[in-house]
Design a protein around this ligand. Sequence first.
Ligand SMILES: [Zn+2]
Ligand SMILES: [Zn+2]
Length: 443
Amino acid sequence: MCSFKKWFHLFIIFHALAATPIFSLTDSSDQHSTNFLDIAKKAEVFDWMVKIRRKIHENPELGYEEFKTSEVIRAELDKLSIPYQHPVAVTGVIGFIGTGSSPFVALRADMDALPVQEMVEWEHKSKVAGKMHACGHDAHVAMLLGAAKILKQHEKEIHGTVVLVFQPAEEGGGGAKKILDGGALNNVTAIFGLHVLPTIPVGEVSSKAGAVLAGGADFEAIIRGKGGHAAIPQLSIDPVVAASNVVISLQNIVSREADPLDPQVLTVSKFQGGGTFNVIPDSVTIGGTFRAFSTERLEQLKQRIEQVIIGEAAVQRCNASVNFFDEEKPLYPPTINDGDLHKLFVDVAGNLLGINNVITNMQPDMASEDFAFYQEVIAGYYFALGMKNGSADEPVQPLHSPYLVINEDGLPYGAALHASLVTCYLTKYQHNIAKVEGKHHDQ
Ligand SMILES: [Zn+2]
Ligand SMILES: [Zn+2]
C-alpha cells in the first residue's frame, strides 16, 4: 500500500502540473464495460447467478455462521479454478484473479442474512424459520461470483490482481473489521462495494463522492433501583420513573447539543422492565442506537450518552451501567467515498448504463455499513444498484422487510459493474504509473 501511495502522490503532482483529469477513459475500457454487460446477460452467466442466489436465499445464515454459504462460494470458485484463502474471519473467503502480483484491487460482497421471518410465498422461500436474506446479501454473493466468472474468462487482460472478498457478518458484527485485522487486504489499493436498492429501477445506480452513510453504534443500559410493592412506593426506589427520565434527558443531547447542520440521531428503541401491575421492579433495561457522520461526533455522543444515563439515574437515586458492545459490535465509522474513485465510477457506469442512469447526487442516509472499515485504510467506493421489483406504482418493500423481493434482472448489472470497475481501475493504474515514470525520466 505504501508504494502505491508514493506513486499515487507523484502521479497527483504530475497530473496537477499537466492539468489533465486523474482518470481518463481509454477506448479499451469502454469496450470492456459494454462487453461485460452483454456477457453477464448471457444465460451461461445470468441463469447461473440466479441459481446461486436462490440456493443461498433458501438457506440464510446469520453473521459468522455463514458456513454453508461459504461452502457454496468455495465450490463455485473451485469449478472456476480461482484460488482462494479460507477461512478468513471465521467463514470469509478471499479469491484471487489475475497476475497474482501488484496492483491489487478488491471487490466485496457480504454474506449474512437477518433474523427475519420471510413472508413472501414463492418457490425459493427461506427454509430456515426466523431467518431471511432480507437485505439482499444473497444477491451480492451471486453478483460477485458472476463478476469472478467473467473476469476469469478475461484473466490475461487483467493488469494486476482482483481480490474477491466474500465477507461475513455485515449486519452488526463488523465482519469487514475482522477481515482487515487478519491482514488479508494489506496490499490492496482500492476497494469497491455495492448494495442492492429496491427503490430504484434495474439498470440504474446511485452514489456520490464523500459521505454516503452515517457511522453508528448501539448501547444498552441497566438502571437499578429497589423493587417492592407498587402501592407502597416510599419503601422502593423506582427504576421505571428513573429510566423514563433518562429517556427524556437523552433526547436533549441531539436537540440541544448538536449542530443542526451536522446530522445526528439518538434513538432509544428498547425499554424493558417490570412484569406485573403491583410490583415495582428492581431494574429496567433500556437500549438504542446513535448515528453521526464523523467518528469524532460518534465518540462525543458515546461519552454524553454514558454521562446522561448515569447522572440522570443518580438524580432518581438509582445506579446505572452502560454497555456499548465494543467487542461484539464495534462502532461503525461513516461510509465516505473516495473522490477519484467516484470519477472512475461515473465514467464506467456511464459507459455501461448510459449517463442518464447514473445518479451522482445520492441523498446520504443515517443507516450504517461496515464497508466503512475498509474505507478507513483503503481508498473505497460504495454505490447503490437498482433492484426495484414490479411496476412503478407498486409499493416498494424496503430492505430488512419480511416482504422484500429482489428483482433478479438486476444481477447482470452488478456483475458487469464489478468486473468493469476493477479492470478499468487496473488499466488506469498501469497508464498512470507509466505516465509518472515517463515524466520522471524526462526530468
Ligand atoms: Zn442490512
Ligand atoms: Zn445489507
